[in-house]
Ligand binder design. Structure first.
Ligand code: FCB
Length: 456
């Protein structure tokens, strides 16, 4: 299987998950510092204080990327390095780190893909209401502009938000992620304000001449249990209605406003039942509907649901009354996530049909397994099989006509996996957290060969 000539191969990371150096060069505190330092929130009490120490080791890490032949590296900027309190004057030392990072990448002929928000909101903004406060959207646009002013001469690919569904509904809905708030109305409001921030930031970036702008969503095909292993299975009317509603809450809630300037009726209904729609002001949807070039798709597993009459809404899913969240009948990763590779092609084809005017990129895909480092090697055959299986589905989606521009593996390095801490390893490069030594796993060497031959 050979991929299109200009297909972009790369890997992704995020600031809080790899950088460490949380007190260095004037960095302010983020909601993830506060959250991870609060006992009970993260497995084993892990924090991002040191993480992979990428802040100090970025040159070596870029050296590794070069050896693997990556054409693109997707990383995020820590907003509290740029504006320690979330607003006002810019911290030049924080910005200088990303300046060096970008220069080093370009020298290695690796294209920087910058994500502006991968969840590390400055704590100062959270203290003023966080994403439940409309003002945060405007502060985000200011920050985006400041970063673009400095890096825009060298960075062509910009992402506003990473996975606003997770940030809003795990951060403010079920409280599994920072800031750990638990209120369905707060979650709905946060999602809207993130979208508003996306729209305002997109306009600011565009005005500054940004070449390509992307919104990255965690998306999944929403399937009934029978559809997981049999795509031709026809769901009952009740199951189909539930799947339709969950798809609206998971994916269309973000992409419809961004691409079409409309909210699905299911999202409005969910807001009406959870705090109301007063936060959606006249003109907001027009602001959110700023043209984007690409939809970034982070795919790990399908979302499996069926009708569950009488069930209350799940805390992460306001509006999910009468829905039973089920599990797929499939082998799982160390996260307990079912492995369903063709969920990726089903998803990509659906998105390319629903949003045909926007290109697609797989911005995250990968898996955690129980890796063993032995004699300086990690024989992670399961990860190779996972990546191989999913890349075949990427190829199938391209054959089916999806405008798919590239694939970025999650993740370059083992890193701080949010509420799971360091015990879940997603890297194609192993990190020893005692010595911080990096060792490319078999999957990294396999990926290098895939990139070399531009195919499987
Ligand atoms: C995604 C996140 C990413 C990583 C993977 C496993 O939801 O964007 O940071 O944690 O999951």
């Amino acid at each position: 299987m050979i991929f299109p000539e200009d297909f972009v191969w790369g890997a992704a990371t995020a600031s809080y998950q790899i950088e460490g150096a949380v007190k260095e060069d004037g960095r302010g505190q983020s909601i993830w510092d506060t959250f991870s330092h609060t006992p009970g929130n993260v497995a084993d009490g892990d924090t991002g204080d040191v993480a992979c120490d990428h802040y100090h080791r970025y040159k070596d890490d870029i050296g590794l990327m070069g050896e693997l032949g990556l054409a693109a590296y997707r990383f995020s900027i820590a907003w509290p390095r740029i504006q320690p309190d979330g607003e006002g004057s810019i911290n030049p030392r924080g910005l200088a780190f990303y300046d060096r990072l970008v220069d080093e990448l370009l020298a290695a002929k690796i294209s920087p893909y910058v994500t502006l928000y991968h969840w590390d909101l400055p704590q100062g903004l959270e203290d003023r209401g966080g994403w439940t406060n409309r003002d945060t959207a405007y502060r985000f646009a200011d920050y985006a502009q400041a970063v673009h002013d400095r890096l825009g001469d060298r960075v062509s690919d910009w992402t506003t938000l990473n996975e606003p569904w997770v940030a809003a509904f795990l951060g403010y809905g079920n409280g599994v992620h920072a800031p750990g708030r638990r209120d369905p109305g707060d979650a709905m409001r946060s999602a809207h304000h993130m979208l508003l921030g996306h729209g305002l930031a997109t306009r600011a970036l565009r005005a500054g001449g940004a070449q390509r702008i992307m919104l990255v969503v965690n998306s999944s095909p929403v399937l009934t249990p029978a559809q997981v292993n049999d795509p031709s299975a026809v769901p009952s009317e009740a199951d189909a209605a539930v799947a339709h509603r969950i798809h609206a809450l998971l994916t269309r809630q973000f992409l419809d406003p961004a691409v079409y300037g409309t909210y699905p009726e299911e999202v409005i209904a969910a807001a009406e039942r959870n705090g109301g729609t007063g936060h959606i002001q006249d003109g907001d949807l027009a602001l959110i509907n700023a043209p984007i070039d690409l939809i970034g798709v982070n795919y790990y597993n399908p979302c499996v649901v069926e009708a569950g009459p009488g069930l209350p809404a799940d805390a992460a899913w306001p509006g999910s009354e009468d829905v039973k969240f089920a599990t797929a009948d499939a082998p799982t990763t160390a996260m307990g996530w079912p492995i369903v590779p063709d969920g990726l092609s089903r998803l990509l084809v659906r998105l390319s049909e629903d949003y045909p005017q926007v290109g697609l990129m797989v911005t995250e895909n990968g898996a955690a397994f129980e890796d063993v480092l032995e004699n300086g090697r990690v024989h992670d055959a399961q990860r190779v099989a996972y990546l191989d299986g999913h890349l075949r589905e990427v190829g199938r989606a391209i054959e089916a006509g999806a405008d798919l521009r590239g694939y970025l593996v999650w993740s370059l390095l083992d890193n701080f996996e949010w509420a799971e801490g360091y015990r879940r390893r997603f890297g194609i490069v192993h990190v020893d957290y005692g010595t911080l030594t990096r060792v490319p796993k078999d999957s990294a060497l396999w990926y290098r060969d895939v990139i070399r031959r531009n195919g499987l």
